[in-house]
Write a protein that binds this ligand. Structure first.
Ligand code: PMP
Ligand code: GLU
Length: 385
């Protein structure tokens, strides 16, 4: 066989595929309502763009140290200390080309072939595929609406075997928008420690939390730091998806080893983006404004969909996604999404990509006008069934 079986068996990313198809239809002039978007619809703030332009003009266009610019690693460490209560230093942070790569590097550092990775389900599309790339086995720990799509210590315990090595947590969650409070995390943490698991905690949507909820970082819990790799990035919170900048942070013992993977794969993250990221961390007023806008959009979409028969939206606690139950239509997720796009020009992500058939993910990262138009079209579609 020419192709490495670990690669041959990989699935394409449904989120990237449908996002690209939606963008193509829009570029062709089709009046598509884009509820598929996995990125903020806002432009990168001007002060960040200016820092990027200044870096180019100053000729800051060469390789940086592979773990990232020392000033950026320091700035990330002080953000993690002051906002997330994680005590660490710049040397505990590695800057990567996007949080997606940080996740992959974190998993690749920890896993050996045959290890099990516990993934609460529904899950973000890339986690099981990344586990497989590491020749590890994804083990899904099912959650449902009754539990608010959340893992509990008890459920976690049931998924643990002698091969379990890593638990991937993602909160607020893509795709469900669910998040955990400190007490819930502490319960999970006790099970993690009792079983000597490692946690890869993907907190990329941490600033997008609604109704006064506060984010607690897993690594900030008592005794969790040495077993946790925190992953985050600039894509969602600063609307910088195309700049490809993320990071991972954790104890010396793990992070020291991780940087070797960067040395021999990407060399470093984009120099210009790293300068822009230093500027981004210097001013988080923008994040507050964006969060208020997203909170209002979430309410708008939820109020529009909730009264409809045949669809039950789950009111997101964070992120810009609304997970919705479409089982009353008797269509599977894929057919529902395909028909909604072809018959009504509304794109969304079928949640079988997230391990939950019978559900769809609607992104409210779009304008109020588009949200209203989308609700009307979904209403028409449901009544045509
Ligand atoms: N984690 C989650 C849950 C995400 O939704 C995304 C968005 N693609 C990422 C990680 C990766 O973000 P990026 O690579 O753009 O930093
Ligand atoms: N995180 C986004 C999403 O879930 C972007 C697409 C991707 O990186 O997979 O749609």
């Amino acid at each position: 066989m020419v192709i490495n079986p670990s690669v041959a068996e990989l699935k394409k990313s449904a989120t990237l595929k449908i996002t690209a198809l939606t963008k193509k239809l829009v570029a062709e002039g089709k009046d598509v309502v884009n509820f598929a978007a996995g990125e903020p619809d806002f432009d990168t703030p001007d002060f960040i763009k200016e820092a990027g332009k200044a870096a180019i003009d100053a000729g800051f266009t060469k390789y940086t140290p592979s773990a990232g610019l020392p000033d950026l690693r320091k700035a990330i460490a002080s953000k993690l200390q002051s906002e997330n209560n994680i005590s660490l230093e710049g040397k505990n942070v590695i800057v990567t080309a996007g949080a997606k790569y940080a996740l992959y590097v974190a998993l690749f550092t920890l896993l050996k072939p045959g290890d099990e990775v516990i993934i609460p389900s529904p899950y973000w599309v890339s986690y099981p595929q990344m586990a497989k790339l590491c020749q590890a086995k994804p083990v899904f720990c099912e959650t449902d609406e009754k539990d608010g799509f959340k893992l509990s210590g008890k459920k976690l315990q049931e998924c643990i075997t002698s091969k379990s090595k890593v638990l991937i947590l993602n909160y607020p969650s893509n795709p469900t928008g669910a998040t955990y409070d400190r007490k819930e995390l502490e319960e999970i943490c006790r099970v993690v420690k009792d079983n000597n698991l490692y946690v890869v905690s993907d907190e990329i949507y941490e600033t997008l939390l609604y109704d006064g909820r506060q984010h607690t970082s897993f690594a900030a819990l008592g005794g969790a730091f040495n077993n946790t790799i925190t992953v985050n990035g600039f894509s969602k919170t600063f609307s910088m998806t195309g700049w490809r900048l993320g990071y991972l942070a954790g104890p010396d013992e793990i992070i020291g080893e991780t940087s070797k993977i960067i040395d021999h794969t990407t060399s470093c993250a984009c120099a210009v983006s790293q300068k822009a990221a230093i500027a981004a961390l210097g001013d988080n007023k923008w994040q507050g404004q964006v969060k208020d806008i997203f909170a209002a959009r979430r309410d708008r979409l939820w109020k529009g969909l909730d009264p409809l028969e045949k669809i039950t939206p789950f009111k997101s606690q964070g992120t810009f996604y609304m997970f919705s139950d479409i089982r009353k239509t008797n269509l599977n997720s894929f057919d529902f999404s395909q028909r909604l796009l072809s018959e009504k020009l509304v794109s969304c992500i079928p949640a079988d990509a997230f391990g939950k058939d019978g559900f769809i993910r609607l992104s409210f990262s779009t304008s109020d006008e588009q949200i209203d138009k989308g609700i009307e079209r979904i209403k028409d579609f449901l009544s045509s069934l």
